[in-house]
Design a protein around this ligand. Sequence first.
Ligand code: GDP
Ligand code: CA
Length: 364
Amino acid sequence: MNYTRVIPPRQPLVCYKLPASDNGGMRITALTGGVGGARFLRGLLHHLSERAEADRAEVTVIGNTGDDITLYGLRVCPDLDTVLYTLGGGVEDDQGWGRADETFHAQEELAALGVRPQWFRLGDRDLATHVARSQWLGQGMPLSAVTTRLATRWGLPEQGVTLLPVTDTPIETHVVVRDQASGTEPGVERAVHFQQWWVQMRAEVPAERFTVAGLDRAVPAPGVLDAIREADVVLLPPSNPVVSIGIILGVPGVRDALRGTRAPVVGVSPIIGGAPVRGHADACLAPLGVEVSAAGVAGLYGDFLDGWLVDTRDAASPLPAGMRSVQVRDRDLLMRDVRTAAGIAEAALDLAAAVGPRTAGASV
Ligand code: GDP
Ligand code: CA
Protein backbone atom coordinates (compact mmCIF):
# COMPACT_ATOMS: atom_id res chain seq x y z
CA MET A 1 0.00 0.00 0.00
CA ASN A 2 1.31 3.43 -0.86
CA TYR A 3 0.17 6.00 1.65
CA THR A 4 2.24 8.89 0.36
CA ARG A 5 1.43 12.08 2.15
CA VAL A 6 -0.89 14.21 0.06
CA ILE A 7 -2.44 16.37 2.77
CA PRO A 8 -1.03 19.84 2.36
CA PRO A 9 0.48 20.69 5.75
CA ARG A 10 -0.61 23.66 7.81
CA GLN A 11 -3.48 24.85 5.64
CA PRO A 12 -6.95 25.80 6.80
CA LEU A 13 -9.64 23.38 5.75
CA VAL A 14 -12.36 24.37 3.37
CA CYS A 15 -15.55 22.43 3.00
CA TYR A 16 -19.12 22.51 1.89
CA LYS A 17 -21.99 22.89 4.30
CA LEU A 18 -24.36 20.19 5.32
CA PRO A 19 -27.95 21.28 5.74
CA ALA A 20 -27.39 21.10 9.48
CA SER A 21 -24.59 23.62 9.62
CA ASP A 22 -25.04 27.15 10.88
CA ASN A 23 -23.14 30.18 9.67
CA GLY A 24 -19.83 28.88 11.03
CA GLY A 25 -17.76 26.08 9.56
CA MET A 26 -19.05 22.55 9.62
CA ARG A 27 -18.32 20.83 12.93
CA ILE A 28 -17.42 17.21 12.39
CA THR A 29 -16.84 14.91 15.34
CA ALA A 30 -15.35 11.45 14.85
CA LEU A 31 -14.79 8.54 17.24
CA THR A 32 -11.67 6.58 16.41
CA GLY A 33 -9.31 3.75 17.21
CA GLY A 34 -5.91 3.39 15.58
CA VAL A 35 -5.02 2.39 12.05
CA GLY A 36 -8.48 2.06 10.44
CA GLY A 37 -9.74 5.26 12.00
CA ALA A 38 -6.58 7.26 11.34
CA ARG A 39 -6.48 6.31 7.65
CA PHE A 40 -10.14 7.30 7.30
CA LEU A 41 -9.49 10.62 9.06
CA ARG A 42 -6.52 11.37 6.84
CA GLY A 43 -8.82 10.78 3.88
CA LEU A 44 -11.43 13.06 5.44
CA LEU A 45 -8.89 15.88 5.83
CA HIS A 46 -7.74 15.38 2.28
CA HIS A 47 -11.32 15.55 1.03
CA LEU A 48 -12.06 18.67 3.09
CA SER A 49 -8.88 20.40 1.90
CA GLU A 50 -10.03 20.00 -1.69
CA ARG A 51 -13.43 21.67 -1.20
CA ALA A 52 -13.69 25.08 -2.82
CA GLU A 53 -15.73 26.99 -0.25
CA ALA A 54 -14.03 29.25 2.24
CA ASP A 55 -15.52 27.96 5.49
CA ARG A 56 -13.19 26.29 7.89
CA ALA A 57 -14.25 22.87 9.07
CA GLU A 58 -13.61 21.93 12.65
CA VAL A 59 -12.82 18.28 13.09
CA THR A 60 -12.86 16.95 16.63
CA VAL A 61 -11.42 13.47 16.97
CA ILE A 62 -12.27 11.46 20.08
CA GLY A 63 -9.66 8.76 20.51
CA ASN A 64 -9.73 5.39 22.25
CA THR A 65 -7.51 5.07 25.31
CA GLY A 66 -8.41 1.51 26.29
CA ASP A 67 -5.29 0.28 24.43
CA ASP A 68 -3.04 2.35 26.69
CA ILE A 69 -0.28 0.55 28.53
CA THR A 70 2.64 1.40 30.79
CA LEU A 71 5.89 -0.11 29.52
CA TYR A 72 9.36 0.52 30.98
CA GLY A 73 7.69 3.11 33.20
CA LEU A 74 6.43 5.02 30.16
CA ARG A 75 2.78 5.67 29.34
CA VAL A 76 2.04 4.51 25.79
CA CYS A 77 -1.21 5.48 24.03
CA PRO A 78 -1.10 3.46 20.80
CA ASP A 79 -4.34 4.69 19.22
CA LEU A 80 -3.78 8.37 19.98
CA ASP A 81 -0.24 8.10 18.64
CA THR A 82 -1.39 6.39 15.45
CA VAL A 83 -3.77 9.29 14.84
CA LEU A 84 -1.05 11.86 15.59
CA TYR A 85 1.54 10.22 13.35
CA THR A 86 -0.90 9.54 10.52
CA LEU A 87 -2.47 13.00 10.41
CA GLY A 88 0.92 14.62 11.02
CA GLY A 89 2.66 12.80 8.18
CA GLY A 90 5.07 10.84 10.40
CA VAL A 91 3.57 7.37 10.28
CA GLU A 92 5.18 4.22 8.87
CA ASP A 93 2.69 3.96 6.03
CA ASP A 94 2.81 0.32 5.03
CA GLN A 95 2.50 -0.82 8.63
CA GLY A 96 -0.07 1.84 9.55
CA TRP A 97 1.38 2.61 12.99
CA GLY A 98 4.71 3.69 14.51
CA ARG A 99 7.14 6.17 13.02
CA ALA A 100 8.63 6.24 9.54
CA ASP A 101 12.45 6.06 9.36
CA GLU A 102 12.48 4.30 12.69
CA THR A 103 15.41 2.65 14.49
CA PHE A 104 15.32 0.37 17.54
CA HIS A 105 18.60 1.00 19.35
CA ALA A 106 16.99 1.78 22.73
CA GLN A 107 14.90 -1.38 22.73
CA GLU A 108 17.93 -3.48 21.73
CA GLU A 109 19.79 -2.00 24.68
CA LEU A 110 16.82 -2.69 26.98
CA ALA A 111 16.83 -6.31 25.77
CA ALA A 112 20.57 -6.56 26.51
CA LEU A 113 19.83 -5.27 30.00
CA GLY A 114 17.25 -8.01 30.43
CA VAL A 115 14.34 -5.58 30.59
CA ARG A 116 10.98 -7.14 29.76
CA PRO A 117 8.63 -7.36 27.97
CA GLN A 118 10.11 -7.41 24.49
CA TRP A 119 6.98 -8.32 22.53
CA PHE A 120 5.89 -4.69 22.19
CA ARG A 121 8.13 -2.94 19.69
CA LEU A 122 8.96 0.67 20.58
CA GLY A 123 11.20 2.53 18.16
CA ASP A 124 13.57 5.33 19.10
CA ARG A 125 11.53 8.16 17.59
CA ASP A 126 8.34 6.71 19.04
CA LEU A 127 10.00 6.45 22.47
CA ALA A 128 10.49 10.21 22.52
CA THR A 129 6.70 10.63 22.40
CA HIS A 130 6.28 8.31 25.35
CA VAL A 131 9.06 9.95 27.36
CA ALA A 132 7.53 13.39 26.79
CA ARG A 133 4.01 12.16 27.59
CA SER A 134 5.19 10.43 30.77
CA GLN A 135 7.10 13.50 31.92
CA TRP A 136 4.10 15.79 31.40
CA LEU A 137 1.72 13.35 33.06
CA GLY A 138 4.17 13.10 35.93
CA GLN A 139 4.08 16.88 36.27
CA GLY A 140 0.34 16.62 36.80
CA MET A 141 -1.00 17.45 33.33
CA PRO A 142 -4.13 15.51 32.35
CA LEU A 143 -3.82 13.26 29.30
CA SER A 144 -6.01 15.65 27.27
CA ALA A 145 -3.58 18.52 27.85
CA VAL A 146 -0.63 16.26 27.06
CA THR A 147 -2.36 15.18 23.85
CA THR A 148 -2.90 18.83 22.87
CA ARG A 149 0.85 19.41 23.19
CA LEU A 150 1.65 16.38 21.09
CA ALA A 151 -0.97 17.43 18.53
CA THR A 152 0.72 20.82 18.21
CA ARG A 153 4.03 19.11 17.41
CA TRP A 154 2.24 17.25 14.60
CA GLY A 155 0.45 20.29 13.13
CA LEU A 156 -3.09 19.16 13.89
CA PRO A 157 -4.43 22.62 14.91
CA GLU A 158 -3.32 24.03 11.55
CA GLN A 159 -5.36 21.30 9.89
CA GLY A 160 -8.46 22.26 11.88
CA VAL A 161 -8.20 19.13 14.03
CA THR A 162 -8.64 18.83 17.79
CA LEU A 163 -7.65 15.43 19.17
CA LEU A 164 -9.23 14.48 22.50
CA PRO A 165 -8.64 11.28 24.44
CA VAL A 166 -12.10 10.02 25.32
CA THR A 167 -11.19 10.29 28.99
CA ASP A 168 -8.41 11.56 31.23
CA THR A 169 -9.14 8.71 33.63
CA PRO A 170 -6.61 5.91 33.05
CA ILE A 171 -8.51 2.97 31.56
CA GLU A 172 -7.08 -0.31 30.27
CA THR A 173 -8.81 -3.02 28.31
CA HIS A 174 -8.11 -6.54 29.54
CA VAL A 175 -9.03 -9.81 27.92
CA VAL A 176 -10.24 -12.72 29.99
CA VAL A 177 -8.80 -15.95 28.55
CA ARG A 178 -8.91 -19.57 29.60
CA ASP A 179 -5.58 -21.02 28.50
CA GLN A 180 -2.86 -23.09 30.09
CA ALA A 181 -0.32 -20.44 30.88
CA SER A 182 2.45 -21.59 33.16
CA GLY A 183 1.39 -21.55 36.76
CA THR A 184 -2.33 -21.64 36.12
CA GLU A 185 -4.65 -24.61 36.22
CA PRO A 186 -6.10 -25.68 32.86
CA GLY A 187 -9.38 -23.97 32.28
CA VAL A 188 -8.83 -21.33 34.94
CA GLU A 189 -9.65 -17.84 33.78
CA ARG A 190 -7.03 -15.11 33.82
CA ALA A 191 -7.03 -11.57 32.49
CA VAL A 192 -4.24 -10.31 30.26
CA HIS A 193 -3.70 -6.77 29.07
CA PHE A 194 -5.30 -6.18 25.68
CA GLN A 195 -1.91 -5.47 24.09
CA GLN A 196 -0.51 -8.77 25.31
CA TRP A 197 -3.50 -10.63 23.83
CA TRP A 198 -3.41 -8.65 20.57
CA VAL A 199 0.33 -8.35 19.95
CA GLN A 200 2.00 -11.27 21.75
CA MET A 201 -0.83 -13.82 21.55
CA ARG A 202 -2.08 -12.51 18.16
CA ALA A 203 -5.63 -12.95 19.45
CA GLU A 204 -5.23 -16.69 18.83
CA VAL A 205 -6.37 -17.64 22.33
CA PRO A 206 -10.15 -17.15 22.34
CA ALA A 207 -11.39 -14.26 24.43
CA GLU A 208 -13.98 -15.20 27.03
CA ARG A 209 -14.88 -11.55 27.52
CA PHE A 210 -13.39 -8.08 27.69
CA THR A 211 -13.13 -6.09 30.88
CA VAL A 212 -11.97 -2.51 31.06
CA ALA A 213 -10.20 -1.47 34.25
CA GLY A 214 -11.29 1.99 35.35
CA LEU A 215 -14.16 2.33 32.88
CA ASP A 216 -16.99 2.53 35.39
CA ARG A 217 -15.45 5.55 37.12
CA ALA A 218 -14.09 7.15 33.94
CA VAL A 219 -15.16 10.72 33.23
CA PRO A 220 -15.27 12.03 29.65
CA ALA A 221 -12.36 14.38 28.96
CA PRO A 222 -13.19 18.08 28.75
CA GLY A 223 -14.91 18.83 25.44
CA VAL A 224 -15.83 15.25 24.56
CA LEU A 225 -19.56 15.38 25.28
CA ASP A 226 -19.93 18.90 23.87
CA ALA A 227 -18.17 17.86 20.68
CA ILE A 228 -20.83 15.18 20.18
CA ARG A 229 -23.79 17.31 21.27
CA GLU A 230 -22.80 20.38 19.25
CA ALA A 231 -21.57 18.65 16.09
CA ASP A 232 -23.15 19.05 12.67
CA VAL A 233 -22.07 15.52 11.79
CA VAL A 234 -20.82 12.61 13.89
CA LEU A 235 -18.75 10.01 12.06
CA LEU A 236 -17.77 6.51 13.12
CA PRO A 237 -14.75 5.60 10.96
CA PRO A 238 -14.10 1.93 10.18
CA SER A 239 -12.52 1.25 13.57
CA ASN A 240 -12.73 -1.91 15.62
CA PRO A 241 -16.32 -1.93 16.95
CA VAL A 242 -15.43 -3.67 20.21
CA VAL A 243 -12.00 -2.62 21.45
CA SER A 244 -11.86 0.82 19.79
CA ILE A 245 -15.34 2.33 19.29
CA GLY A 246 -16.85 0.01 21.92
CA ILE A 247 -14.50 1.32 24.61
CA ILE A 248 -15.30 4.94 23.74
CA LEU A 249 -19.02 4.13 23.94
CA GLY A 250 -18.45 2.59 27.37
CA VAL A 251 -17.21 5.83 28.94
CA PRO A 252 -20.20 7.05 30.97
CA GLY A 253 -22.11 9.78 29.14
CA VAL A 254 -20.76 9.18 25.63
CA ARG A 255 -23.52 6.85 24.46
CA ASP A 256 -26.21 9.15 25.85
CA ALA A 257 -24.63 12.10 24.02
CA LEU A 258 -24.81 10.13 20.76
CA ARG A 259 -28.45 9.29 21.37
CA GLY A 260 -29.26 12.89 22.19
CA THR A 261 -27.29 14.86 19.61
CA ARG A 262 -29.12 16.61 16.77
CA ALA A 263 -26.30 15.68 14.41
CA PRO A 264 -26.76 12.73 12.09
CA VAL A 265 -24.51 9.84 13.16
CA VAL A 266 -23.00 7.99 10.20
CA GLY A 267 -20.75 4.95 10.43
CA VAL A 268 -18.42 3.18 8.01
CA SER A 269 -18.23 -0.60 8.24
CA PRO A 270 -14.84 -2.08 9.21
CA ILE A 271 -16.06 -5.46 7.98
CA ILE A 272 -15.97 -6.20 4.27
CA GLY A 273 -17.41 -9.42 2.88
CA GLY A 274 -17.74 -10.97 6.33
CA ALA A 275 -14.14 -10.37 7.46
CA PRO A 276 -12.08 -7.55 8.98
CA VAL A 277 -9.82 -5.85 6.47
CA ARG A 278 -6.91 -6.16 8.91
CA GLY A 279 -6.51 -7.03 12.56
CA HIS A 280 -8.59 -9.43 14.60
CA ALA A 281 -12.01 -7.76 14.88
CA ASP A 282 -13.58 -11.19 14.30
CA ALA A 283 -11.92 -12.48 17.49
CA CYS A 284 -13.35 -9.45 19.32
CA LEU A 285 -16.91 -9.93 18.05
CA ALA A 286 -16.99 -13.66 18.91
CA PRO A 287 -17.28 -13.31 22.73
CA LEU A 288 -20.11 -10.83 22.24
CA GLY A 289 -21.99 -13.35 20.11
CA VAL A 290 -22.11 -10.80 17.29
CA GLU A 291 -21.98 -11.99 13.69
CA VAL A 292 -18.82 -10.92 11.81
CA SER A 293 -20.66 -8.86 9.21
CA ALA A 294 -21.40 -5.24 8.38
CA ALA A 295 -24.94 -5.77 9.68
CA GLY A 296 -23.67 -7.36 12.88
CA VAL A 297 -21.48 -4.34 13.61
CA ALA A 298 -24.35 -1.94 12.81
CA GLY A 299 -26.39 -3.74 15.45
CA LEU A 300 -23.87 -2.64 18.09
CA TYR A 301 -24.72 0.98 17.23
CA GLY A 302 -28.46 0.42 16.85
CA ASP A 303 -29.59 2.95 19.44
CA PHE A 304 -27.93 5.98 17.82
CA LEU A 305 -27.00 5.19 14.21
CA ASP A 306 -28.67 7.16 11.37
CA GLY A 307 -26.57 6.24 8.33
CA TRP A 308 -24.43 3.18 7.58
CA LEU A 309 -21.93 2.87 4.77
CA VAL A 310 -21.20 -0.70 3.72
CA ASP A 311 -19.07 -2.26 1.03
CA THR A 312 -20.91 -3.24 -2.15
CA ARG A 313 -20.17 -6.88 -1.31
CA ASP A 314 -22.37 -6.49 1.79
CA ALA A 315 -25.16 -4.47 0.18
CA ALA A 316 -27.59 -7.38 0.10
CA SER A 317 -27.46 -8.16 3.84
CA PRO A 318 -30.32 -6.52 5.72
CA LEU A 319 -29.74 -4.67 8.97
CA PRO A 320 -31.13 -6.23 12.14
CA ALA A 321 -34.85 -5.75 12.74
CA GLY A 322 -35.49 -2.47 14.53
CA MET A 323 -32.85 -0.65 12.48
CA ARG A 324 -34.90 -0.21 9.32
CA SER A 325 -34.90 3.58 9.62
CA VAL A 326 -31.11 3.64 9.23
CA GLN A 327 -30.16 4.78 5.72
CA VAL A 328 -27.71 2.35 4.16
CA ARG A 329 -25.53 3.09 1.16
CA ASP A 330 -22.90 0.91 -0.43
CA ARG A 331 -19.63 1.54 -2.25
CA ASP A 332 -16.08 0.22 -2.34
CA LEU A 333 -14.83 0.61 1.24
CA LEU A 334 -11.23 -0.50 0.81
CA MET A 335 -8.81 2.31 1.74
CA ARG A 336 -6.01 1.58 -0.73
CA ASP A 337 -4.43 5.02 -0.39
CA VAL A 338 -5.27 8.54 0.74
CA ARG A 339 -7.44 9.25 -2.27
CA THR A 340 -9.63 6.18 -1.89
CA ALA A 341 -9.97 6.97 1.83
CA ALA A 342 -10.98 10.52 0.88
CA GLY A 343 -13.68 9.13 -1.41
CA ILE A 344 -15.07 7.03 1.43
CA ALA A 345 -15.07 10.05 3.77
CA GLU A 346 -16.87 12.12 1.14
CA ALA A 347 -19.49 9.40 0.79
CA ALA A 348 -19.98 9.38 4.56
CA LEU A 349 -20.52 13.16 4.57
CA ASP A 350 -22.91 12.86 1.60
CA LEU A 351 -24.88 10.24 3.50
CA ALA A 352 -24.98 12.52 6.57
CA ALA A 353 -26.29 15.35 4.39
CA ALA A 354 -28.98 13.05 2.97
CA VAL A 355 -30.00 11.99 6.47
CA GLY A 356 -30.01 15.59 7.72
CA PRO A 357 -30.23 16.75 11.30
CA ARG A 358 -32.48 14.95 13.72
CA THR A 359 -35.61 16.91 14.43
CA ALA A 360 -36.42 15.81 17.95
CA GLY A 361 -32.85 15.56 19.19
CA ALA A 362 -32.99 11.78 19.60
CA SER A 363 -32.71 8.93 17.15
CA VAL A 364 -34.89 6.42 18.92
P1 GDP B 1 -6.52 -0.34 15.47
O1 GDP B 1 -6.81 0.36 16.78
O2 GDP B 1 -5.15 -0.05 14.95
O3 GDP B 1 -6.89 -1.78 15.47
O4 GDP B 1 -7.44 0.39 14.41
P2 GDP B 1 -8.97 0.74 14.37
O5 GDP B 1 -9.71 0.19 15.54
O6 GDP B 1 -9.12 2.20 14.09
O7 GDP B 1 -9.41 -0.01 13.07
C1 GDP B 1 -9.36 -1.40 12.94
C2 GDP B 1 -10.39 -1.80 11.93
O8 GDP B 1 -10.17 -1.10 10.72
C3 GDP B 1 -10.36 -3.27 11.59
O9 GDP B 1 -11.54 -3.87 12.08
C4 GDP B 1 -10.30 -3.29 10.06
O10 GDP B 1 -11.21 -4.20 9.51
C5 GDP B 1 -10.68 -1.88 9.68
N1 GDP B 1 -10.05 -1.46 8.44
C6 GDP B 1 -8.73 -1.40 8.18
N2 GDP B 1 -8.52 -1.02 6.90
C7 GDP B 1 -9.76 -0.83 6.35
C8 GDP B 1 -10.20 -0.46 5.04
O11 GDP B 1 -9.43 -0.21 4.11
N3 GDP B 1 -11.55 -0.38 4.85
C9 GDP B 1 -12.46 -0.65 5.85
N4 GDP B 1 -13.76 -0.54 5.56
N5 GDP B 1 -12.06 -1.03 7.08
C10 GDP B 1 -10.73 -1.11 7.32
CA1 CA C 1 -6.16 0.07 18.87
